[in-house]
Design a protein around this ligand. Structure first.
Ligand SMILES: [Zn+2]
Length: 324
């Protein structure tokens, strides 16, 4: 979430809405993140899939970088990281990186922050996590590096999950856009944002049967996920009259719940694939000999060669790895 001010956000800021109302949105991120990690237990390092608490905790943070919590400068930078109003590109190919996109916008007279930069946020945070994993491969026992992986993974989770919310991908983000392009702020956006958190679901059961697939090239994979989300925009508006209000529960048997479960699946699977891609791609990164030398962590350059420098997977212990 996080676009502009709306009545609900103001009420929450003033403490008028219940704390639960604010937590619903966060609970959706939490649930999708835990489901993604549950799907990866045999494919990723044990420290990573076991520390679901830190990753799930950090998956809420990008919304704290926006209003009403964050100061204005941070909000102005952060909010556009969480949406992509693709229609504004007029059918042109999505530029390959953030600055090519900014140049494209300048040439077309578009404001980058009006369009949004969500695809680049997902690609870049996946690549930051990839680099952190490369460090973990070299210094598997280093706690600072492990913590860094968990924090980056939490931040990536937020952007990846926002990308599976169809109303984060369109000019019709809060009601059908008016003729002047502005949003009518109908309130549908918040109702949809709240849906995942209203599902009564256990992350391990949700992830049962999922197999994460690595994605290959990131931007095409991100754009494919965007296309799947955008295909649901009309369907979301068809459900509008049935969407529960912010304080109302979700009927587990209706079409709205089916939609919510489908989006939870999409969010968790997409995130799991991004995590796996970052882990596998981290093998291809070579850290130069000078990296981390001359810092307290540089000491680890020697430690890395001893005792074994091996990453632990789930069910393995250092003792087993060292056994002949
Ligand atoms: Zn968000």
């Amino acid at each position: 979430m996080a676009r502009g001010w709306n009545l609900t956000a103001v009420l929450i800021a003033l403490g008028i809405c219940s704390a639960e109302a604010a937590a619903w949105h966060g609970r959706g991120h939490d649930l999708a993140t835990r489901a993604a990690l549950a799907a990866l237990r045999n494919d990723m390092p044990a420290f990573f899939v076991d520390d679901t608490e830190t990753i799930a905790h950090c998956s809420l943070d990008p919304d704290a970088f926006t209003r009403p919590i964050a100061p204005a400068e941070l909000h102005d930078q952060e909010a556009p990281e969480q949406y992509f109003d693709m229609e504004l590109l007029g059918g042109a190919p999505v530029p390959p990186n953030r600055y090519a996109f900014i140049e494209f916008c300048a040439a077309k007279g578009l404001k980058p922050n009006k369009v949004g930069l969500l695809p680049y946020a997902v690609v870049e945070w996946t690549q930051r996590l990839t680099v952190a994993f490369a460090e973990h491969r070299r210094w598997p026992d280093n706690m600072d590096i492990r913590i860094k992986c968990l924090v980056y993974a939490g931040l990536l989770a937020h952007y990846a999950e926002d990308l599976t919310q169809p109303l984060h991908l369109t000019i019709h983000w809060d009601g059908r856009a008016k003729d002047d392009g502005n949003s009518p702020r109908s309130g549908i956006h918040n109702k949809v944002d709240a849906l995942l958190g209203k599902l009564q679901a256990d992350p391990c059961s949700v992830a049962k049967g999922w197999t994460a697939q690595p994605l290959g090239e990131l931007l095409p994979a991100v754009l494919a996920e965007i296309a799947r989300g955008r295909a649901l925009i009309d369907g979301v508006y068809e459900l509008e009259a049935q969407l529960p209000g912010m304080e109302e529960p979700l009927d587990a048997n209706g079409k709205v719940a089916d939609f919510a479960r489908g989006r939870l699946d999409a969010a968790g699977k997409f995130l799991a694939s991004l995590y796996l891609t970052a882990w596998l791609d981290s093998q291809k990164i070579t850290l130069p000999p000078w990296y981390r030398q001359g810092t307290p962590v540089g000491q680890l350059a020697q430690d890395a060669n001893a005792p074994d420098g091996k990453v632990l997977y789930h069910g393995q212990s250092r003792q087993k790895i060292n056994a002949p």
